[in-house]
Design a protein around this ligand. Structure first.
Ligand code: PLP
Length: 407
């Protein structure tokens, strides 16, 4: 189907909402995206017609629910082009996916004196779990800096990778700068040094290329709620050879094979990593969200979002005293800025009175804020349904705030 923005907007019922009497301008997609009607309907439909616990039931509903849940895994597999459906582990979120790898990989492969590398532009959820793992294992935690434009210093990374490095974790797209990191190149550098790689795709999987085999990612993590699916469902992709080699993250039902008083053996993939009753409906909703995106040519989505992004940068640059953060040539979806003399929190709150939803603060990236020398920014983050008219509404609202505050 060709990309028709009016049709797309009509697919997301919440966009009709009025906030403070003004039409909602939703520009907080980096935090979470809105859901198309098809996703909302799938969730209602599941609870209305198919609800049951999965994998171990003998009855009809359990079989229906199991089939829907496992078909959803195949939809995710196809979307990210994983070689096998059992390489797709359902988790709660990107955060849980990263914690799983940090814990299990750390336990299996990281010993005192080893090194782990992340970047200075990570979300805390791809930073703190590695720091914690390094503390547990006695390993050295190393951080790749970025330059003034917001590009990673690959020259420094090249010097950091060495025979002690066990794993490198980085985001494909930064949630506070919008930089698209050259994931393929970085992964190749790491692999040449014999280092495993985890890609945090929380801000990329919905906007740019997302082919795990083309990237050659060892691990790849994202959240359903940022790709137009429900909250409480995340994905961890791992190459089979790695997932086979890692010990389980949590113990409980479903992840076992045989349990005795003296010993437990574990289930095959993916169940080894899915202890307990899972979020059954989450993957079903996520699969419908992916099907929603799949109806379009992905390049058209990208083109549309880039068009709105570049227009947003152009319009923001007109505002006196405004600084944009994140000026990489390779960028997507994020407009981060401050205006001299106006606190980001005040600006965000006053924009809300005009129906404009943006995020303010450190965006769970305190190391980025430290590098930029600010305590926070205003962040407008784009999704499939945003328009240039909404950018205009935000700019007009910013001018009103400036006037109100005498700036
Ligand atoms: N990584 C990045 C780049 C993010 O932007 C976010 C959320 O904003 C996360 C990880 C964490 O996602 P979640 O809170 O869904 O686990």
């Amino acid at each position: 189907m060709t990309f028709n923005i009016d049709k797309v907007r009509s697919d997301f019922p919440i966009l009709q909402t009025k906030i403070n009497g003004k039409p909602l301008v939703y520009l907080d997609n980096g935090a979470t995206t809105q859901k198309p009607q098809s996703v909302i309907d799938a969730i209602t439909d599941y609870y209305t017609h198919s609800n049951a616990n999965i994998h171990r039931g003998t009855h009809h509903l359990s079989n229906v629910a199991t089939e829907a849940h496992e078909n959803a895994r195949k939809t995710v597999q196809a979307y990210i082009n994983a070689a096998h459906d059992h390489e797709v582990i359902f988790t709660r979120s990107t955060t849980e996916s990263v914690n799983l790898v940090a814990f299990s990989f750390g336990q299996a492969f990281v010993k005192p004196g080893d090194e782990v590398i992340v970047t200075a532009m990570e979300h805390h959820s791809n930073f703190v779990p590695w720091q914690m793992m390094c503390e547990r294992q006695g390993a050295k935690f190393r951080v790749v800096p970025f330059d003034e434009k917001g590009d990673l210093r690959l020259d420094i990374l090249a010097n950091m990778l060495n025979e002690k490095t066990r794993i490198l974790a980085f985001n494909h797209v930064s949630n506070s700068l919008g930089t698209i990191n050259p994931a393929k190149q970085i992964i190749q550098m790491a692999h040449e040094a014999g280092v495993a790689v985890l890609v945090d795709a929380a801000q990329s999987v919905q906007h740019i290329e997302h082919d795990v085999q083309a990237l050659d990612a060892d691990f790849y993590a994202f959240s359903g709620h940022k790709i137009y699916g429900p909250t409480g469902i995340g994905v961890l992709y791992g190459k089979e050879k790695w997932l086979d080699a890692l010990p389980p993250y949590q113990g409980g039902g479903e992840m076992i094979d045989i349990v005795t008083e003296t010993h437990t053996t574990y289930n095959k993939l993916p169940f080894k990593f899915e202890a307990g009753t899972p979020n059954v409906v989450g993957p079903i909703g996520l699969a419908v969200a992916i099907e929603y995106l799949n109806q379009f040519d992905f390049d058209e989505i990208r083109e549309h979002e880039d068009d709105v992004l570049e227009y947003g940068r152009e319009r923001l640059n007109e505002i006196p005293g405004l600084t944009i953060y994140g000026n990489s040539e390779h960028r997507t979806s994020i407009l981060a800025f401050n205006i001299t003399g106006i606190h980001h929190y005040d600006l965000g709150t006053l924009l809300d009175t005009q129906g404009i939803a943006v995020r303010t603060g450190h965006h769970c990236t305190q190391p980025v804020m430290a590098a930029l020398g600010v305590d926070g920014t205003v962040r407008a983050s784009l999704g499939i349904y945003n328009t240039k008219a909404e950018i205009d509404a935000m700019i007009e609202a910013i001018y009103k705030v400036r006037k109100m505050l005498g700036r």
